[in-house]
Design a protein around this ligand. Structure first.
Ligand code: FES
Length: 151
């Protein structure tokens, strides 16, 4: 598969070398320097993916309960630790939990010829923190919980 071109992604950001993420592992990155991860990268079944650290259930993040803990205990799916939603590591589809039918938000990713992981973070979902979101209505992303509402 050819690499996406730089012309298509003028904002490629280099995160780390690919060798720093082992097969079946994920690693989160704090792109905004706010002390909270906003994107995570994984290597799974020989493929790479980058996802926003943003759960479609409550449209917030981060999803991991501790640093880089994105995979479920059995290592077969990604997991949001807020309410236990599980996601397919490659498609991002929610396979179990309160947001079935929804999916993680992908980030364009490539490995450059020297093996560095690069992403284009310019095409992601609105992030939850108001200081990052600037301009969108945060109430849309923190809808009030109602009794019996577990969606
Ligand atoms: S916020 Fe992720 S499962 Fe509820």
């Amino acid at each position: 598969m050819p690499l996406p071109s730089c012309a298509d992604h003028p904002s490629w950001t280099t995160l780390c070398h690919g060798e720093s993420i082992a097969e079946g592992q994920a690693r989160g990155f704090d792109l905004d320097g706010r002390g909270q991860t906003t994107v995570f990268v994984l290597r799974w079944q020989g493929q790479w993916r980058a996802w926003y650290d943003w759960c479609p259930h409550w449209r917030t993040g981060p999803m991991a309960w501790r640093r880089d803990a994105y995979f479920s205990g059995d290592g077969q799916s990604l997991m949001c630790h807020a309410h236990g939603a599980r996601f397919d590591p490659l498609s991002g589809a929610c396979t179990l939990g309160p947001c079935q039918g929804q999916a993680l938000w992908p980030v364009a990713l490539r490995l450059d010829p020297a093996g560095w992981v690069q992403i284009d973070p310019a095409q992601g979902p609105p992030l939850p923190a108001p200081e990052v979101a600037g301009g969108f209505d945060v109430t849309d992303f923190h809808r009030p919980a109602t009794q019996g509402d577990n969606t």
